[in-house]
Each structure stands twice: as structure tokens, then as C-alpha cells.
Design a protein around this ligand. Sequence first.
Ligand SMILES: C[S@@+](CC[C@H](N)C(=O)[O-])C[C@H]1O[C@@H](n2cnc3c(N)ncnc32)[C@H](O)[C@@H]1O
Length: 199
Amino acid sequence: MKKKLFGSLVICQVVLLTCLILQAGVIWAQDRRDIPARTPDIHFVPTPHEVVEIMLRLADVNKKDIVYDLGCGDGRIVIAAAKKAGAKSYGFDSDPVMVRKSQQNVRNEGVGHLVSVYEADIFNLDLSKTSVITLYLLPSLNVKLIFQLEKLKPGSRIVSHDFDMEGVIPDVEATVNRPGGGTSKVYLWTTPLRKTNSR
Ligand SMILES: C[S@@+](CC[C@H](N)C(=O)[O-])C[C@H]1O[C@@H](n2cnc3c(N)ncnc32)[C@H](O)[C@@H]1O
């Protein structure tokens, strides 16, 4: 009788230990899912919605366009491009947490038929199929993208929130007064890019 009881106790302990190990494994896997494959070059800071609207208007986005937001954050730009212009839009972000957030936002806004969001390093993307690029990165990152942006089809538009692209002459450089106070800069370039002599 004592032997039987001891045996049952051991089985219980083994089952409990197995459950604990499995649970730890699930938690570890979930944590790993949230770790970006590379450190983001800039962390998420959203473009205010009213600035998004001006960027899309400046780039004259329409339903024939293919829009890429490089570093899409919560997906607000690609969602707006789909909702306001009916454009097929793609967001790319290296942070898996932001990718899941924007995918959820795309579902919530009912634009899944027009918008896709992927986890990717923007510096590895082929941009040759797109007609509009949106950016809210950093001046140095915009410059780092020039090589890829030169592969865009002629007549493609690039709009950047707040940051210039040294060495490339913008078609438009606008200052936006935000309704809540403060200002934002918005830049537009069209391809083929016009380089300054200094580069
Ligand atoms: C300033 S936020 C802009 C978000 C959004 N485009 C907007 O305007 O609201 C920059 C985003 O770029 C992402 N990011 C930074 N470096 C990246 C890289 N190398 N590849 C892909 N995404 C990157 C960050 O995770 C972040 O979500």
C-alpha cells in the first residue's frame, strides 16, 4: 500500500514537472517571437494622422498606386493609403511587435484586401514594383536608401515626414502646421532622382 502511494506521488511529481517545463517553453517561445532579428535603426514614433493625410495628398496617391511604407510602425500610413485612395499598400517593419500590431490594425479597419504587413529589414527590399514610398526614419537612413530608391520606376514618388535626403533635390519641401500645435516638415521627390553636385 505504501509502495503504491509512493509510486502515485512520483507520477504526480513527474507530470507536474513536465507541465512546468512545457509552460516555460511556451513563455520562452513567445518572448523569442517578440525579439527583432536586428536592432531597429529607429524606434517607433507615429506620424500624426493629419500629417499622414498631407503626405498622401502630396504624393497624389491613387488606386493605381502600390504604396510601401518603410518602417510602418502601427500601419497607419498603409491603412490610410488604402482607406483614402484605395491603393494596394504594403508595410514593412523589423520589429515583430509592431508588425503584429499593424496587422491587427489592418484587420480592425477592414482593409485586409488591400494592405499587407511583413516583418523585414527595409534595406533588403526590392522597390522596383512600387510607385509610392513613404518614410519617417532619420536623415542618415534616408541617404542609406538612395541606392534602392534609384531602382524605382520613373514617375514614382517618395514622401518623407520631417527628414530630408542629403544629396537629392526635393520637388517640394513643405511645412505643416499641426492643428494640435507644432509643425512638421514634409518632403516630396519624384524619380528619376535629381542629385546635387556635391555628391
Ligand atoms: C519613426 S517610426 C515610423 C512609423 C510609421 N512609418 C509612421 O510614420 O507612423 C519608424 C519605424 O521603423 C522601424 N524600423 C527601424 N529600422 C528598421 C529597419 N531597418 N527595417 C524595418 N523597419 C525598421 C521601427 O521599428 C519603427 O516602427
